[in-house]
Design a protein around this ligand. Structure first.
Ligand SMILES: NC(=O)c1ccc[n+]([C@@H]2O[C@H](COP(=O)([O-])OP(=O)(O)OC[C@H]3O[C@@H](n4cnc5c(N)ncnc54)[C@H](O)[C@@H]3O)[C@@H](O)[C@H]2O)c1
Length: 249
């Protein structure tokens, strides 16, 4: 098993990519803290893992809230004895609008979850990893590299995730903490279903022109996150990986 004896905390693990990763990490031997603002959803994910013979605990946290994130990290360490892997996956893509029409409230909310949330996860997890080793996986997006019209806050937050990934990788590499980012293209999750409801065909037009001519699956993201979380990627840090069917090529 590729994560035997490891302890992982995954944010946004009630559904979508976080849920997929939680189940795969547990199947590969990790004890998983399933963290989400949606506690019922987190409990359902944890239950599925336990029913399949794995180890999991559900923890409520809003990643934009410093106390919640600190408590989630402490609860994980209390429950499983240590923390080896942090997967900062939680993110939101609330409604979109052109820059001049973008509401201040919406801008602040997206930045608070997608950017501050990743910072808070690293801030409170790193002290448990520094010196003894650890792997952090942060979720960015292809829109960190390519504009998504109507997404001023979302694109900015995802570009900032890569910057934070690099800063933390440089700071904590000598302490054996690796930090990498994954940059998904369009992946079939509840978030993409919601975007399709809002934006219609525009979502699929983009993927129809990507080299692989399809959207991605949650399992495909989980496989990359697993590789980066595991010791198989032991010489990789500070890197950002597009996983997008070739849309950036
Ligand atoms: N789906 C895509 O096409 C796509 C593409 C690129 C990047 N991403 C990013 O991948 C990550 C996962 O996306 P997804 O498609 O699985 O999303 P999703 O909406 O399907 O699931 C997101 C999960 O995060 C949780 N969450 C939301 N706000 C939270 C908060 N403040 N605190 C804790 N949990 C919170 C939700 O409850 C949910 O369980 C996000 O960071 C997203 O921005 C998604």
């Amino acid at each position: 098993m590729r994560l035997a004896n490891k302890v992982a905390l995954i944010t946004g693990a009630a559904m979508g990519m976080g849920e997929g990763a939680a189940r795969l990490f547990a199947a590969e031997g990790a004890a998983v803290a399933v963290v989400d603002v949606n506690l019922e959803g987190a409990q359902a994910t944890a239950r599925r893992i336990i029913d399949a013979g794995g180890k999991a605990v559900a923890i409520h946290a809003d990643v934009s809230d410093a106390n919640d994130v600190k408590d989630a990290v402490e609860a994980t360490v209390k429950q499983f004895g240590k923390l080896d892997i942090l997967y900062n996956n939680a993110g939101v893509d609330i409604e979109q609008a052109p820059t001049a029409d973008y509401s201040l409230q919406r801008f602040d909310r997206i930045i608070a979850i997608n950017l501050r949330g990743v910072f808070l996860g690293m801030k409170f997890a790193i002290p448990h990893m520094a010196g003894r080793g650890g792997s952090i996986v942060n979720t960015s997006s292809v829109v960190a590299f390519k504009a998504m019209p109507g997404g001023i806050a979302y694109c900015a937050s995802k570009a900032a995730v890569i910057a934070m990934t690099q800063v933390a990788a440089v700071e904590y590499g000598p302490s054996r903490v690796r930090v990498n980012a994954i940059c998904p293209g369009a992946i079939e999750t509840p978030m993409l279903a919601e975007a399709r409801r809002r934006m219609g065909a525009a979502v699929d037009n983009a993927t129809n022109f990507a080299p692989l001519r399809r959207t991605g699956r949650v399992e495909e993201i989980a496989n990359l996150a697993l590789f980066l979380a595991s010791d198989e990627s032991s010489f990789i840090t500070g890197a950002a990986f597009p996983i997008d069917g070739g849309s950036l090529a």
